[in-house]
Write a protein that binds this ligand. Structure first.
Ligand SMILES: NC(=O)C1=CN([C@@H]2O[C@H](COP(=O)(O)OP(=O)(O)OC[C@H]3O[C@@H](n4cnc5c(N)ncnc54)[C@H](O)[C@@H]3O)[C@@H](O)[C@H]2O)C=CC1
Ligand SMILES: CC(=O)C(=O)O
Length: 570
């Protein structure tokens, strides 16, 4: 059949050019191979060569082995070409050792995966993969459906998983005829298992190589610290050679508000959604009321993008001191998980009789079981992954007798799903004392939007300074980009003086990298930051004399040193 013919054609036509070169590149993990793969696939795509399959398979394999962002282009191009050519794809079963499975399976699944990469893009509707969608035979969906169920079983929560689910749901809604799959359910399942591996890789590659991040410094010291953060990320990217950075600059800020009357231009949120992550500075200007700026920009992003989990780690970094006399590095190492979508920041309330002596204002807190439960479960998952496996649920359920009592009840229910996590609960007032007096007794902390906002500033100060701590505003479903920002505000009192501590932004950048799958780079960045702190290069808030630039330069130099890149060599 055509499959065999294609295969033979591939063997003959591409043997000396693509296959050998690609295979060597893949096996040697040679970075130079990637250009060949990209070029090969591109050329093949442009020529609409029927023998593209070999290129796709090899490109996918190399991409998986090299974890190289650029190779994704090969898969995309190859798959696009395959889609355009409506080429049958080699679907022979593979007999491989488990460690080879994901790569070879990736190859076998390249068409599907490439198609998925195209399709799972949020702009998928515009691309060829999507255009080819109606042409993809029914049975090709079986792996996608099985992927969805496996992803759910394995708790894989990423954009492809979410989008594949959407695809399957759409399918269920639009498919009128049920065509019997030509593959057995077991085969589909086996395919899907490797597809899970592959899609994990793709997701990572996809994030790091192809998608853009938003850089939104906004107000006050925002541009100073975000500038420093981007510089450090660039040093990391250059020195490691392992990932590429693509930032798109967004100038949304109080300045644009003063000019245009709005922080977010029309269609702004939709444009944000095309990105993987947002690196945000801070919003707030002396001549704009704080509630206008906060609601105009930060909350106007977090809430519609369903960044419902606000995660704020804090610790005493090496080389820094806590104002707590007895607390040393290691004694205070917390993650505060803050509800970020409702509660006291739900925006419900109003004012009547303005300016009159009987003026009335309400600020209504909203607590829904759905939002409380998803947040508490997310916090338990974080606690479970940390060595202490300990969580403290903070409320004020003595005075606030409705919403807070529901929090306690939901927490007790969710706790049953995590028998290995030790749980305790605190009233928020007593919690402040415990944070100061027994920092070592805490680990993961979960609390409402307002309570956790306050506790996390206290936490940062107890660890040394508000200038060190990061914030991740996460959409754990990964349907929307998450937003990463230092915990501090725009700090009018030190704006433009060159003294802002950039460490909170460096840690924020590390958290962003971690969320995007670059754990090793994140860990390295944090090690470099702590080395620099340990060398006494500290800003004034930490008791030092260095400025923003000095700390930034020192961290960049330390990154290069850690990778063995000669000074001034990048
Ligand atoms: N996520 C955001 O966009 C946030 C915005 N804000 C806004 O920022 C503005 C200022 O708010 P504030 O209450 O003064 O809080 P802030 O965090 O801006 O400043 C509090 C104090 O900490 C110091 N500080 C903050 N960051 C520092 C850094 N990186 N290095 C050294 N010192 C640092 C400041 O100099 C100031 O003395 C307001 O408009 C507020 O609404 C406040 C908090 C968060
Ligand atoms: C404004 C502020 O501190 C926050 O919502 O994080």
């Amino acid at each position: 059949g055509p499959r065999v013919i294609n295969r033979i054609k591939a063997e003959h036509m591409h043997d000396s050019i693509d296959r050998t070169e690609f295979k060597h590149a893949a096996l040697d993990r040679e970075p130079v191979g990637n250009a060949a793969i990209r070029n090969g696939a591109k050329a093949a795509a442009l020529n609409r060569e029927p023998v593209i399959n070999a290129a796709i398979r090899n490109g996918a394999k190399a991409a998986a082995l090299n974890r190289e962002p650029g190779s994704n282009a090969a898969i995309r191009n190859g798959a696009k070409a395959a889609a355009l050519n409506r080429e049958p794809i080699d679907r022979e079963p593979v007999n491989l050792k488990p460690e080879e499975l994901s790569f070879e399976a990736a190859a076998v699944q390249a068409e599907l995966a490439g198609f998925a990469v195209e399709h799972l893009d949020d702009s998928g509707a515009e691309n060829v993969g999507y255009a080819a969608l109606p042409e993809i035979e029914q049975w090709n969906r079986a792996p996608v459906a099985a992927f969805v169920s496996l992803a759910e079983e394995a708790n894989v929560v990423n954009r492809p998983a979410a989008a594949a689910k959407k695809l399957v749901n759409e399918d269920a809604a639009t498919t009128t005829t049920t065509q019997a799959p030509t593959h057995s359910a077991d085969a589909a399942r086996a395919n899907a298992a490797s597809f899970v591996d592959f899609i994990r890789n793709i997701d990572r590659v996809h994030h790091l190589g192809l998608r853009l991040r938003v850089c939104m410094p906004a107000d006050g010291i925002g541009p100073e610290v975000i500038g420093a953060g981007v510089e450090v990320l660039k040093a990391l990217s250059d020195a490691s050679g392992g990932f590429k950075l693509h930032f798109e600059d967004y100038d949304w800020s109080s300045e644009t508000y003063k000019k245009l009357g709005k922080y977010i231009p029309d269609g702004g949120l939709e444009s944000l959604k095309k990105h993987d992550a947002i690196l945000f500075g801070a919003v707030g200007a002396p001549d704009v009321p704080d509630h206008i700026s906060l609601w105009g920009l930060r909350l106007a992003i977090c809430q519609p993008l369903q960044q419902y989990a606000n995660v704020r780690p804090t610790k005493i970094l090496k080389g820094t001191e806590s104002p707590l006399r007895k607390a040393k590095t290691g004694d205070l190492d917390w993650v505060i998980v803050r509800e970020n979508s409702e509660g006291e920041y739900a925006g419900q309330g109003g004012r009547s009789h303005r300016g009159l002596p009987w003026e009335t204002a309400t600020e209504v807190s909203i607590f829904t079981r759905h939002c409380v439960e998803r947040l508490i479960r997310f916090a338990f998952e974080i606690a479970q992954k940390r060595p202490k496996k300990h969580i403290t649920v903070v409320t004020k359920s003595n005075a606030q007798r409705n919403g807070m009592v529901m929090w306690d009840e939901v927490a007790a229910d969710v706790a049953k799903e995590f028998p290995d996590v030790h749980v305790d609960k605190m009233l928020v007032d007593a919690m402040t004392c415990r944070m100061v007096l027994q920092p070592n007794s805490l680990d993961t902390i979960v609390a409402t939007n307002l309570h956790a906002d306050i506790l996390s500033d206290l936490a940062a100060a107890l660890a040394g300074s508000i200038g060190i701590a990061p914030t991740s505003n996460l959409d754990p479903t990964r349907q929307n980009p998450s937003m990463f920002e230092p915990i501090h505000g725009s700090a009018f009192d030190i704006t433009g003086k060159g003294v802002a501590n950039p460490v909170g932004t460096f840690w924020t950048a590390a958290e962003m990298m971690r969320w995007l799958g670059e754990e090793q780079a994140a860990d390295r960045l944090m090690r470099c930051v702590e080395t620099v702190c340990g060398n006494g290069i500290l800003t004034r808030d930490l008791g030092g004399t260095a400025g923003t630039k000095e700390v930034t330069d020192a961290v960049c130099a330390e990154i290069r040193r850690s990778y063995g890149v000669a000074k001034g060599n990048t």
